[in-house]
Design a protein. Structure first.
Length: 354
């Protein structure tokens, strides 16, 4: 099925001009707060022996509701010292079985900021007073957090509008992000549970491991064995109410020919049987290009990503806005340059005898 689309790669002139104004202002000397430390909750609590947990066969499901998938894209357009210019966006697609019903991917936002001022930048985007007052104190990479916030707000909008038994797929995991305090994700997932909208997060790659460090998404199954098939097993321990982890974690094989396993988090506030959700996910995981991975998420990823060509377009638009404002083109060329690219190009030229 066609997943590529290019019409969404557009940038509003107002966004480029706003980023230019911010960047020009950053070159004025000012007093900045100290950079906050990194915070981490650690890994989710796993069972003592994953292989000892029996696999549960996933039955085939012929009828499924709508499957929404949300993913985001981001890019650092320029950086130097503590100054960064970043762009981010989120997109979503809607499927019914194999049919792609619709998609939405608003133009990206762009922000020039001083990394020392990142907590205050985050607070500007937390306009909803339901988020905690302590949000914004543990920022390490602002662009990732802004993309994350945009994805979750898009997911909440879908929850508000979707019918019961719809599925929302997200990339990553279901966990409180300390940057936004302790309430945003839990509030959204509780709303989904109350409406009967099923939320799951799929991890593309994981650093979670067990048994001498082997990754939990490796598929070492011999496909000739009779037990090869479509299955899942829950590998997380029961979560206390105070846990920052908001999803029960499953190891899954969603297609008999899948080259790898996927770790999927299921909303802990969803009262529906997990096996019904896995049946629906297996039904949208048989694409030949992404065998074993839900293709709505693959489509959302391709829709929202910011590739190198679109990054260049945005850099040119911001550069034009800076030129119109009388900003030094030399400064902009310095900020958006990457010495590694130049070095690699020179090395390749030397290797080729040029």
């Amino acid at each position: 099925m066609p997943l590529e689309t290019f019409e969404h790669n557009r940038l509003e002139s107002s966004a480029a001009r706003a980023a230019a104004r911010d960047l020009i202002g950053l070159f004025d000397p000012s007093e900045n707060p100290p950079f906050p430390p990194e915070s981490s909750f650690g890994a989710p609590p796993l069972v003592d022996d994953v292989e000892a947990i029996p696999r549960v066969s996933i039955p085939e499901k012929t009828e499924t509701g709508r499957v929404y998938a949300v993913d985001g894209g981001s890019s650092v357009l320029a950086k130097g010292g503590n100054i960064e210019v970043v762009a981010w966006r989120a997109g979503m697609v809607v499927f019914k079985g194999t049919q792609r019903l619709s998609e939405s991917c608003p133009p990206p936002e762009i922000r020039a900021y001083n990394r020392l001022n990142a907590p205050n930048v985050i607070r500007e985007y937390l306009i909803d007073d339901r988020e905690d007052d302590d949000a914004g104190e543990t920022i390490v990479r602002l662009v990732d957090d802004l993309r994350y916030l945009t994805e979750w707000r898009m997911a909440e909008q879908i929850i508000d509008e979707a019918e019961a038994d719809s599925i929302i797929l997200m990339d990553g995991n279901l966990r409180v992000n300390p940057v936004f305090g302790s309430g945003m994700e839990k509030r959204i997932l509780l709303k989904a549970g109350d409406k009967g909208v099923h939320v799951a997060a799929v991890t593309k790659e994981t650093r979670l491991s067990q048994n001498f460090g082997a990754p939990l998404d490796i598929n070492a199954e011999d496909k000739t064995k009779a037990q090869a098939g479509v299955w899942n097993r829950r590998i997380s321990k029961p979560l206390p109410e105070s846990s920052p982890w908001l999803g029960d974690l499953y190891q899954t094989c969603l297609h008999p020919c899948a080259e790898k396993l996927y770790l999927i988090y299921i909303n802990r506030y969803d009262t529906a049987p997990a096996i019904d959700l896995f049946s629906a996910l297996a039904g949208v995981s048989d694409d030949v290009e992404f065998c074993g991975y839900p293709y709505p998420l693959a489509a959302a990823h391709r829709l929202a990503r910011i590739d190198s060509s679109f990054k260049t377009i945005m850099q040119e638009r911001v550069g034009a806005a800076l030129e119109q404002a009388g900003f030094s083109s030399q400064k902009w060329d310095y900020l958006k340059g990457d010495i590694h690219i130049k070095l690699n190009a020179d090395l390749q030229a030397l290797a080729g005898g040029v």
